[in-house]
Design a protein around this ligand. Structure first.
Ligand SMILES: [Zn+2]
Ligand SMILES: [Zn+2]
Ligand SMILES: [Zn+2]
Length: 295
């Protein structure tokens, strides 16, 4: 059993191509240069033992658990493109528009699953979401009764892990300029029958310009690290490619992927220059953790 990471979107807040830009990357015909707003889907089979009926026959296995990290303005297209019809939860890193503006479309998940969607975020982020989407969270005040999303807010805190269907999710503190936000580490049992066995692990660190000292221990021993690499030159709230490579070298994951990429970076050009274990993510890329993806 393994953990699967699907890059739904790998672009920066404006997406690539950008409205009104004629640069080489925005006009590129390489599909990897077409980047929707940043989001990933993390999918894994529920490792708990399959229940059995009275006659001993197994109950059909439930579909893999699926979690979204962030629900940006391209979420609808991303979920349709990858035929994602159900979600066991959405975890939010922070409340910038490129990470939350798909929330309205979660009502389709409500309709398909016939149930609410759990949303996980820090208390301050949940408060911001309530203000931005007041018609969802205070639907009794709407002039007309209409079908809005049903979301169940679940407050989370850095370094306080959650068990979500057998995987351990640890929210980790990151700095996005001066704004404290969250990244996520997921540890999944390599052998569900043996709770002491090793875990497969990944961490997703988007929109980060600084990693506070208390976070470093939470990013050790990773199979896969995903990290922000906006562009080549300095930005106050995102890492550059060189800064991201420095963090990767310091933390030593088995593999690393760069995301939240702006139009300054041409996929084929940068990919050819990266170290062997570092890759530039692109929309639609699926990574098995820990199997090494074929070239
Ligand atoms: Zn962003
Ligand atoms: Zn451009
Ligand atoms: Zn942001």
């Amino acid at each position: 059993m393994s953990l699967e990471l699907l890059f739904l979107g790998t672009g920066t807040s404006a997406g690539v191509p950008m409205i009104g830009c004629d640069c080489d990357v925005c006009r590129s015909t390489d599909p990897r240069d077409q980047r929707t707003r940043p989001s990933v889907l993390i999918r894994y089979p529920d490792p708990s033992p399959a229940p059995r009926r009275y006659d001993g026959s197994p109950v059909p296995a439930s579909p893999p658990r699926q979690f979204l990290i962030d629900a940006g303005p391209d979420m609808r297209v991303q979920l349709i493109r990858h035929r994602v019809h159900r979600l066991d939860g959405v975890l939010f890193t922070h409340t910038h528009a490129d990470h939350v503006m798909g929330i309205d479309d979660l009502r389709r998940i409500n309709a398909v699953m016939n149930g609410p969607v759990q949303i996980y975020a820090e208390p301050a982020a949940l408060q911001t979401l309530r203000a931005m989407f007041f018609y969802i969270f205070e639907s009794h005040r709407n002039v007309n009764s209409s079908f809005v999303a049903t979301l169940i807010p679940q407050p989370i805190k850095p370094a306080q892990p959650l068990d979500l269907f057998g995987a351990r999710w640890t929210p980790i503190r990151l700095l996005h300029g001066r704004l404290p936000i969250l990244g996520f580490r997921v540890d999944y049992p390599a052998d569900p029958a043996d709770p002491d066995a090793a875990t497969h692990s990944l961490a997703y660190c988007t929109d980060v310009s600084g990693i506070p000292p208390e976070t470093y221990p939470l990013l050790r021993d990773l199979d896969v690290l995903v990290v922000d690499a906006l562009r080549y030159h300095h930005h106050p709230t995102h890492m550059t490619v060189d800064q991201a490579l420095g963090v990767i070298e310091q933390l030593g994951p088995r593999r690393a992927y760069l995301t939240h990429v702006a139009h300054d970076i041409q996929h084929a050009d940068l990919e050819a220059r990266l170290p062997d274990h570092v890759f530039l993510a692109f929309d639609g890329l699926t990574v098995d953790v820990p199997s090494i993806a074929p070239d």
